[in-house]
Write a protein that binds this ligand. Structure first.
Ligand SMILES: Cc1cc2nc3c(=O)[nH]c(=O)nc-3n(C[C@H](O)[C@H](O)[C@H](O)COP(=O)(O)OP(=O)(O)OC[C@H]3O[C@@H](n4cnc5c(N)ncnc54)[C@H](O)[C@@H]3O)c2cc1C
Length: 720
């Protein structure tokens, strides 16, 4: 087991600063400097200090300024007395100017010290939990700070220190602090001009003044909320809201996201219309998960036949035609089709309409020349393969995941462009089905989202399968010369020519955001070109929602259905209660051999985010069932919080990794730790035992060594 302390190391610089601050605070206490920050001392010395100021104005001013900065920077008590003193010595105007700058600079110093000393470790420990807070701070930090500065209930030094732990920018912190503290500063400096009449510092703020400050503090927040409401109204202002609606919700697109949205709406007795321009079932059924997994099955059978000797068979041959495997894919689709059919959904209470929907107002959708009114809309229009504008790509008759299923003749030489999940799954499939596959990836490894060791495992297997994997090859141009096709790639500064018969482009997918009304309504898209939504999956128009591939950030069937629940429930019940889409435990798998499945963090991400972790591994090559199956390869890799039984993430590579990981998904979703997995009976001999053994390895590493020493002594004593 290995541990990584993300950002927890105390550098020499930090240590020095801690020592310096501790020494200064110690000196403050040891020399009882606090006595000089009292009202009585100020009153007794007022005349003398005034004299000094008249004799040496600049020096007095500078000394006062520095003392103020030091006191606030070190979070020492006394700022109130110093502020009164400023009024007493320098008068209202200059007193206010001096205190305003000195207090803001001092506060910013305290803020910076807190950030320098503590933020990394706090982020490392609570990074995930702080994510939401930091997102809020990025959005509204200045408003919150302003409120905190104005409301007298919050001690200023606490605000400085806590804000240092957030992601607010230093400059924002400085100017908002100066602005927010100004009103209070004026009140105290003004009181200082009458210091002789003041009996106690606490009496300066009357209850009425405290209430006014509090109101002033929350005013910007209220304003912001009102502005947001006005803005929301404004987006609707150019449309006429129908007086009544034909439907509660219209769902556009009947892929995984749309089907689940409609299903949920019908289940709660809403009037729902599902519009699909092509085939119910969308990508997953016709061009995605289902056909790819069906083809993988055929390819795997062939690979088993090739490996016959490993299974104790002298010889096995397949009488195999590629077209038959592709026809089987269509049969599998036909078998699943009824699950997503118009008939099934109609029987569930969903009105299904075939046609291309267009949103013409926030409450109106045009379909087949008719306008339907609806209270809410769920956009579930999916995504399509992205074909990069590589010169010549249009001349080579390229395939994508949309069209590859039409192939009936096995390409002799196939180039697969892309080393992501789709490119990897299909490369291995076609290689096993008999194509000479060259897989081209511009990055240094395939399956870049996974830890390098998993990329390596898959790469090794790909090479055994005869795939020519070209890493760090950037596709530059497609050529057709005398009927021969070739791809020119740039590799380490030189051109590499790869001849091929067919090319499959699998370099990513792009959301469908054009042509159905988003542009006209001004619904913005993100930088990754998905429809922009908030945490409730609302678009710019709060009654229009988006989910699935069209919304991102994940592009899986299970995440599409997960989001669909939030979109449908929020669309129907958002007026009463809205739910934030929860992405805390998102799993996925790439169905290569070895299969690679993941949930939560992997090591690469933990390092990038500076999150501390421990790694526990279990090599599946040791597992009885895997050995019996001649599939003794793969790894369970678990990341946990150092010293704690809390799972941060798991990656599994090996046979049925996508199924094995379900136990960890459940564990993470419900806060179950490795101790509980270890204490659960797993059937022998199954692959699922790998999970238990990984938990066992973790337990062994966390065995209480001191206690075990005593137990050993006990046993020795028992032996007599
Ligand atoms: C090769 C491949 C393999 C995959 N394997 C897996 C896998 O193993 N596991 C996994 O979880 N995910 C997998 N995926 C991803 C998965 O297929 C998608 O994430 C999922 O299908 C997204 O569902 P969706 O409802 O968001 O979009 P889609 O399924 O694309 O559905 C959108 C629908 O909207 C319709 N539409 C669009 N505009 C309009 C309009 N104006 N009017 C009416 N209808 C409209 C479209 O016709 C389409 O049917 C794979 C994808 C591919 C390409």
């Amino acid at each position: 087991m290995r541990a990584y302390e993300g950002g927890l190391a105390v550098t020499r610089g930090k240590l020095l600063l801690i020592v310096l601050i501790a020494a200064l605070i110690a000196a403050f206490i040891a020399f009882d400097l606090g006595q000089y920050f009292s009202l009585s001392y100020l009153k007794s010395q007022q005349a003398a200090i005034g004299e000094l100021y008249r004799a040496r104005p600049l020096q007095t001013l500078a000394a006062f300024f520095l003392i103020y900065v030091a006191a606030t920077g070190l979070s020492l008590p006394g700022a109130t007395i110093l502020t009164l003193a400023a009024g007493a010595i320098f008068g209202l105007l200059w007193g206010t100017v001096i205190v305003s700058f000195a207090s803001s600079i001092g506060a910013t110093l305290a803020f910076l010290v807190s950030r320098f000393l503590l933020r990394d470790s706090v982020q490392a420990k609570f990074g995930d939990k702080l994510k939401a807070i930091n997102a809020g701070i990025d959005k509204d930090g200045a408003f919150y700070l302003f409120t905190l500065r104005l409301v007298p209930a919050f001690p200023f030094f606490v605000i400085n220190l806590v804000m240092g732990l957030t992601s607010i920018k230093s400059w924002t912190f400085y100017w908002v602090s100066q602005l927010g503290m100004l009103a209070g500063t004026i009140v105290y400096v003004n009181a200082g001009t009458q210091v002789a009449q003041i009996e106690s510092a606490a009496g300066i703020l009357s209850p009425a003044l405290i209430a006014s400050f509090t109101l002033l503090g929350i005013f910007p927040l209220i304003t912001k909320k009102v502005v947001a409401m006005i803005k929301a109204r404004k987006v609707y202002s150019r449309f006429t809201r129908p007086r009544r609606f034909d439907r509660n919700v219209i769902v556009i697109g009947a892929g995984s996201a749309g089907l689940v949205s409609a299903y949920i709406a019908a289940a709660v007795k809403a009037k729902v219309t599902l519009i699909e321009k092509d085939r119910m079932g969308g990508d997953c059924l016709y061009t995605g998960c289902v056909p790819s997994k069906a083809l993988i099955r055929s390819a795997k059978s062939l690979s088993h036949i090739k490996r016959a000797r490993e299974f104790g068979l002298r010889e096995a041959r397949a009488d195999f035609q590629f077209a038959d495997a592709m026809e089987r894919v269509q049969r599998v689709i036909k078998a699943i089709e009824p699950h997503d059919s118009v008939e099934r959904y109609t029987s569930l209470g969903v009105e299904c309409i075939k046609g291309e929907a267009k949103i013409i107002s926030p409450w109106e959708v045009r379909i087949n020349g008719k306008i339907l009114t609806t209270r809410s809309i769920v956009i579930a229009a999916g995504a399509r393969p992205f074909v990069p504008p590589i010169p010549g790509v249009e001349n080579v008759g390229h395939f994508t995941s949309d069209t590859v299923w039409n192939l009936r003749k096995l390409p002799a030489r196939l180039v697969v462009l892309g080393g992501g999940p789709i490119g990897c799954e299909l490369s291995q499939c076609f290689a096993r089905l008999g194509s000479q596959v060259t897989q081209v990836e511009m990055l240094p490894r395939i399956m870049i989202r996974e830890d390098p060791e998993f990329s390596e495992m898959v790469l090794a297997r790909f090479r055994e399968d005869g795939i020519d994997v070209r890493l760090e090859h950037k596709a530059r141009q497609f050529l057709v010369e005398n009927g021969d096709k070739a791809l020119i790639c740039e590799h380490k500064g030189r051109d590499v020519r790869i001849p091929f018969d067919e090319v499959l482009v699998a370099v990513g997918r792009v959301a469908n955001t054009a042509g159905y009304g988003l542009e006209e309504l001004g619904i913005p898209v993100t930088r990754s070109r998905t429809v922009e939504t908030n945490e409730f999956l609302q678009t710019l128009y709060p009654n229009i929602y988006a989910c699935g591939d069209v919304a991102g950030p994940f592009q899986f069937t299970h995440t599409a259905s997960h989001q669909a629940w939030y979109a449908a429930v929020n669309a129907l019940f958002g007026g009463v209660k809205k739910f934030r889409a929860d992405y805390s435990v998102i799993p996925w798998a790439t169905f290569t051999e070895p299969e690679v499945a993941r949930v939560g963090l992997n090591e690469t991400e933990a390092k990038e985010k500076g999150i501390s972790y421990e790694v526990t591994r279990f090599g599946i090559d040791e597992l009885d069932r895997a050995i019996a199956d001649s599939e003794a390869h793969g790894l369970v890799k678990v990341l946990t919080v150092p010293g704690k039984d809390r799972i941060l993430g798991v990656t599994i590579a090996g046979e049925h990794a996508g199924d094995l990981i379900a136990e960890y998904i459940l564990a993470m979703r419900h806060g179950i730790g490795l101790n509980k997995i270890l204490g659960t009976i797993h059937i022998y001999p199954t692959l699922s035992e790998a999970n238990k053994y990984a938990a066992g390895n973790w337990k062994r590493e966390h065995a209480p060594q001191n206690v075990l020493k005593w137990v050993e002594r006990y046993h020795a004593w028992m032996r007599g």
